[in-house]
Design a protein around this ligand. Structure first.
Ligand code: ADP
Length: 447
């Protein structure tokens, strides 16, 4: 009995160790679970704290946004009220001013003594200056209030430049100055942009050029700086041989009411608004304006501006696509003509000179050739003769339209003699181009 009790006491039951291990594992699990829960609670608390902070910050930001929006609306309203007030004021001022100018004109048309005439002419001149100032002020306030919108239309750039130069014709003659305006023939006749505002910038630059030049000449140059996807970037230069502007003054003159120096105001008059308005207009047209000048050596005012090519008119769009060979050496002219033809739905192969045009013609099937006359390697006349030679062996005949800037007596005959069918004056105009193609008696090669 004793022995058996001792055996019982000293010998563990067969299930004893595993149970202990199980209990231990359970304890470990419970502790791990408790730790994990505690960690999770901590994480949840941190997350909640973070969410609270984000919510608070979001509310702050929303309040800030509402404040900024309200401020912006207030500023816009103030600016609108200001420009409305200025528009009204300018209208109210212009009405009696027009009365003064009109009545002065009537009085000037009557019999007057020399003294009376002189006084009235001074009234008229002062009235006109006041009108210019009012118009400039109105423009500037409109631009600053964001109330001036550009009005892009199709316009003829060359005609617009002639219009812009009209106000300087008289002073140019009185001062015996030379005047020249050169427009690159890469620029099509019709372009799309705000022609009126462009003219306004030119009127200002030309007016200044003549105002500050006593002898020599004023020159205008317009060239293409880039042509991309139907957009045309132009550079305008207005050069004069006048008094010039020092480097320090060059920095100021594009600001409103700033003139090079006060003696200029006394001697030449003006308000100092012209260049400030021009700068803003040019920027609205996607460009910039700057000056290069030295005192006593004249000034060159430059500005860039972005215009577009007009959509081709429907007169040439109705016809089936043609295979067109375009021979033109000037890369910008080539790109412009290629784009216009592409917009009309035709397929275009291009050649930079007569020789390559003939080679392309030999290897292809073209309905129409647009042939520049002046080209390196081989000119348009020789290339046409070569093409007509090839056609004698193939029996096909393409229409060849000459493109040339030299629209003089005899040019047309020489083109026709060489074997061309029609004649297109440069710069190529989208309307003329589509009309010339529409008038061509060609059937597409595949038809
Ligand atoms: P305004 O001619 O009415 O004074 P602008 O803004 O057109 O105003 O010109 C500002 C100033 O820039 C002129 O007063 C003049 O001092 C200077 N300036 C502009 N164009 C020329 C120029 N072609 N030659 C010399 N100075 C010029």
């Amino acid at each position: 009995m004793t022995r058996s009790l001792g055996t019982l006491a000293l010998t563990p039951s067969p299930m004893g160790w595993p149970a202990a291990v199980l209990v231990l594992a359970a304890i470990v699990l419970v502790v791990a679970w408790a730790l994990w829960r505690a960690r999770e609670r901590r994480l949840l608390a941190a997350q909640k704290q973070l969410e609270d902070r984000v919510r608070e910050r979001t509310l702050d930001l929303l309040r800030e946004r509402d404040r900024v929006l309200a401020e912006k609306a207030r500023a816009e309203e103030a600016s609108r009220v200001k420009s409305e007030f200025l528009a009204m004021l300018s209208h109210e001022l212009r009405t009696p001013l027009n009365g003064i100018l009109g009545m002065t004109d009537l009085a000037l048309a009557t019999r007057l003594s020399t003294e009376q005439r002189e006084y009235l002419q001074l009234v008229r001149a002062s009235g006109e200056s006041l009108l210019v100032l009012l118009n400039d002020l109105l423009d500037l306030t409109k631009i600053e209030a964001g109330a001036l919108a550009l009005n892009p239309v199709e316009f003829n750039l060359r005609e617009s430049l002639v219009d812009a130069a009209r106000p300087i014709f008289v002073p140019i003659r009185t001062k015996s100055l030379g005047y020249e305006c050169r427009v690159s023939d890469a620029i099509p006749k019709t372009v799309v942009g705000d022609g009126m505002r462009l003219r306004q910038v030119m009127v200002n630059l030309l007016g200044n050029a003549v105002k500050f030049t006593e002898s020599g000449s004023v020159q205008v140059d317009v060239t293409v700086s880039a042509f991309e996807g139907g957009r045309l970037d132009l550079i305008f230069e207005v050069r004069d041989s006048g008094i010039g502007i020092s480097i320090e003054q060059q920095e100021k003159i594009f600001e409103a009411f700033r003139q090079a120096d006060s003696s200029t105001t006394r001697k030449y008059g003006g308000t100092g608004l012209g260049l400030a308005i021009s700068r803003r207009l040019v920027e609205m047209m996607g460009g910039r304006i700057w000056v290069e000048s030295a005192p006593g050596h004249g000034s060159s005012f430059f500005f860039t501006c972005r215009l577009a090519l007009p959509e081709p008119s429907s007169d040439g769009a109705g016809r089936s696509p043609l295979e067109i060979l375009l021979a033109e050496d000037n890369p910008v002219n080539r790109r412009i003509a290629e784009t216009l033809l592409g917009k009309l739905g035709h397929r275009v192969a291009v050649a930079p000179n007569g020789l390559e045009a003939v080679e392309l013609y030999r290897g292809g099937a073209f309905d129409l050739v647009l042939m520049d006359v002046q080209m390196p390697e081989m000119d348009g006349l020789d290339a046409t003769r070569a093409i007509r030679g090839i056609e004698r062996t193939t029996g096909r005949r393409a229409q060849i339209i000459a493109m040339t800037a030299f629209d003089q007596e005899g040019d047309r005959e020489r083109c026709l003699e060489a074997g061309m069918d029609a004649f297109l004056g440069k710069p190529v105009d989208s309307h003329q181009l589509s009309a010339a193609i529409a008038a061509c008696p060609v059937q597409p090669a595949g038809a």
